[in-house]
Design a protein around this ligand. Structure first.
Ligand code: S3P
Length: 437
């Protein structure tokens, strides 16, 4: 396992861009693959997760080609037009790819077998197989519905109305993708709004999607089934979840002044930046614009004295992937940062609550971790620890960021997984002045 250490670094300075948004990249390939015509995608994330989705869409009949860096084209088969893949669909480390494609396949009269790496094959799938079974698909998997798992798609999928038991954009999206092949209206009711890239892109490709906000923050998303999706160009903005790493690094390394350009700021993704600003972060949104239907800005970030805050549980869906790096920012803040409503962190690429707590402990940071909360007591960060990443890219990147401002180097045991979402992470950070060895 290739390890890497991050050392106390001089001020980070410069302008950088981060790779394309992972969530939008998966969806652009998937929807392009069932649209009629040729979809051109620019800014696509070429991380391993998305490359797995590209390969699986090929196996399902779409023609997916790379024209240049981040520039891809997809010739779709039309809704209902997937072919049965000749071999197993390997989703690698990607829960998003697996769950979204299980939804798409569930609505088609084909059988496909899904597998993934050791991390993905541990993750719960019943959250998608339960609603997709109600739509008529059948599944044979391991205990708890885990991968490897066979999906027998429905010959005549039925539309459903389904209330999500957990706030999950992946589950919502899987149901909507299956609903593409069902007659009538498929409705997903979210207890709390989650990232809406599927809704936005379905609309962009010509589907009829209605979104209605109800009482108590609930949201109803309704898709009219059997649309003819029409190919449409997709411009993918920079991933806010990847921007999070240079942003937090600039905040904690004294003297830093970094601009991260072209960051997607969908309000259902931007919870980390809101939280950091509440903590006293100097983050300026420059050149705000709308690109490819998503709000985008350049973020100028300067080193800041941070203060601990309480992060409301209701914000969790808008920053669910950012708690590991927020915990790092919190370690450098004055006072305690309280993060609540974190149960979903336990079923990400790793048990992120446990992995973050262990990483904090290894580096001398006082904290308290409960079933669904994490409290971090900030102050001087000793560092000097080695962090187990458990095949989780965000654990690796978060603790490398910690090492840049800690008293002694922070080592992560395995950096291979960083390429799933952020190819070029170490080079980009080194370009800003970060010291790794
Ligand atoms: C994603 C949704 C989130 C997030 C993941 C990407 C998506 O997962 O953690 O990285 O693209 O829909 P959940 O839907 O399981 O919360």
């Amino acid at each position: 396992m290739p390890a890497l250490s991050a050392k106390t670094s001089p001020a980070l300075t410069g302008n950088v861009t981060v790779p394309g948004d992972k969530s939008i990249s998966h969806r652009a390939l998937i929807l392009g693959g069932v649209a009629v015509g040729r979809t051109e995608v620019t800014g696509l994330l070429e991380g391993e997760d998305v490359l797995h989705t590209a390969e699986c869409m090929r196996r399902l009949g779409a023609t997916v080609e790379r024209l240049g860096p981040g520039h891809w084209q997809v010739d779709g088969v039309g809704v209902g037009g997937l072919i049965e893949p000749a071999d197993i669909l390997d989703m690698g480390n990607s829960g998003t790819g697996a769950r979204l494609l299980m939804g798409l396949v569930a609505g088609h009269p084909v059988t496909a077998i899904f597998t993934g790496d050791a991390s993905l094959n541990r993750r719960p799938m019943a959250r998608v197989t339960d609603p997709l079974s109600r739509m008529g698909a059948r599944f044979v998997g391991r205990a708890g519905g885990r991968l490897p798992l066979a999906v027998v798609g429905a010959r005549a999928p039925m539309p459903i109305e389904y209330r999500l038991p957990v706030a999950s954009a992946q589950v919502k999206s899987a149901i909507l993708l299956a609903g593409l092949c069902a007659p009538g209206e498929t409705t997903v009711i979210e207890p709390e709004p989650t990232r809406d890239h599927s809704e936005r892109l379905l609309g962009h490709f010509g589907a009829e999607v209605r979104v209605v906000d109800g009482a108590d923050g609930e949201r109803r998303v309704t898709l009219r089934g059997q649309p003819e999706l029409t190919a449409a160009p997709v411009v993918v903005p920079g991933d806010p979840s990847s921007a999070a790493f240079p942003v937090v690094a600039a905040l904690i390394v004294p003297g830093s002044d970094v601009t991260v350009e072209n960051v997607g700021l969908n309000p259902l993704r931007a919870g980390l930046f809101d939280t950091l600003i509440e903590m006293g972060a100097d983050i300026a949104y420059l050149n705000r614009r709308v690109e490819g239907g998503e709000p985008v800005a350049d973020l100028r970030v300067r080193h800041s004295a941070l203060k601990g805050v309480t992060v409301p549980a209701s914000r969790a869906p808008a920053m669910i992937d950012e708690y590991p790096v927020l915990a790092v920012a919190a370690a450098f803040a004055e006072g305690t940062t309280r993060m609540n409503g974190l149960a979903e962190l336990r079923v990400k690429e790793s048990d992120r609550l446990a992995a973050v707590a262990a990483g904090l402990a290894a580096n001398g940071i006082a904290h308290e971790a409960g079933p669904d909360y994490l409290h971090v007591k900030g102050g001087a960060v000793a560092g000097g620890g080695t962090v187990a990443t458990h095949l989780d890219h965000r654990i690796a990147m978060s603790f490398l960021v910690m090492g840049l401002a800690a008293g002694a180097p922070v080592t992560v045991d395995d950096v291979r997984m960083i390429d799933t979402s952020f190819p070029g992470f170490a080079a980009m950070m080194t370009g800003l002045g970060a010291v790794f060895s």
